[in-house]
Design a binder for this molecule. Structure first.
Ligand code: B4P
Length: 190
C-alpha cells in the first residue's frame, strides 16, 4: 500500500496542530511539526534553539536549511512509518522543493495538501486565547501575531499555487467545531 503523506497547511492559528492530533491517530501517521521541533530545541537550549527563539518570538521564519535538516533527520528516523503529517512545513518554496526531492528518492510523494482556510480576525482571536495559557511569546502580542500572518501571506500562501500545479491542493473550511473540521479533512483524504 502506498504511504499517506499529508501536508497540513494554513496560516498561524488555523488549527494545524489541533487537527494533526486526530489525523495521526486515525491513520497511524507520524506527526512532523517544525514548530514543535524548534520549540523542543529552544527548551533544550541548544545553539540552534537559541538562534531560532529570537526569530520565532518576532514571528519571523527560521532559515530554510535548518528546518529542512530537521525534517530530513526525522524522516530518516522513521523509515517504517505508514506516512507523515507535515504540520507547519513547508513554509517557503525552497522548503516545498526540498520536501519533494526527499520524497522523490523514496518514491513516496505527497498525497494531498490540505489547506485550512480561516479569516484573519478569527486567527488573532484564537492565538491571543492560546497565548493566555500557553506561555508562547509569539501568541501574546497582537503585533507579533499579525507579523506571523503577514509572513504567511508573503512567503507561505504562494505554495497553494505550487501544489495546485501538482493537482494536490484542497481548500478546507477551517471555521466550525474541531470535530466538524476533522470530518472535512477525513472526507478530503478519502
Ligand atoms: P507553528 O508551531 O507551526 O505555529 P502555528 O502556525 O501557530 O500553528 P499551530 O499548529 O501551533 O496552532 P493551531 O493552528 O493548531 O510555528 C511557530 C513558529 O515557528 C513560526 O512563526 C516560525 O517562526 C517557526 N517555524 C515553524 N515552522 C517553520 C518552517 N517550516 N520554516 C520556518 N520557520 C518555521 O492552533 C491555534 C489555536 O487555535 C489553539 O489555541 C487551538 O486550540 C485553537 N483552535 C484550533 N482549532 C480551532 C477551532 N476549530 N475553533 C476554535 N479554536 C481552534
Amino acid at each position: 500500500m502506498s504511504k499517506l503523506n499529508i501536508v497540513l497547511f494554513g496560516p498561524p492559528g488555523a488549527g494545524k496542530g489541533t487537527q494533526s492530533e486526530f489525523l495521526i491517530k486515525k491513520y497511524d501517521l507520524v506527526h512532523l511539526s517544525t514548530g514543535d521541533l524548534l520549540r523542543a530545541e529552544t527548551k533544550a537550549e541548544t545553539e540552534l534553539g537559541i538562534q531560532a527563539k529570537e526569530l520565532m518570538d518576532r514571528g519571523d521564519l527560521v532559515a530554510d536549511h535548518i528546518v529542512i535538516g530537521m525534517i530530513r533527520n526525522k524522516m530518516e528516523a522513521n523509515l517504517k512509518a505508514k506516512g507523515f503529517i507535515f504540520d507547519g512545513f513547508p513554509r517557503t518554496r525552497a522548503q516545498a522543493e526540498a520536501l519533494d526531492e526527499m520524497l522523490e528518492v523514496k518514491e513516496e510523494p505527497i498525497t494531498a495538501m490540505l489547506s485550512l482556510e480561516v479569516a484573519e480576525e478569527e486567527l488573532v482571536r484564537r492565538l491571543l486565547g492560546r497565548g493566555a495559557t500557553s506561555g508562547r511569546v509569539d501568541d501574546k502580542d497582537e503585533a507579533v501575531i499579525r507579523n506571523r500572518i503577514r509572513t504567511y501571506e508573503k512567503d507561505t500562501a504562494p505554495l497553494k499555487e505550487y501544489y495546485t500545479s501538482q493537482g494536490k491542493y484542497k481548500a478546507i473550511d477551517g471555521i466550525g467545531s474541531v470535530a466538524e473540521i476533522t470530518d472535512r479533512l477525513v472526507k478530503a483524504i478519502a
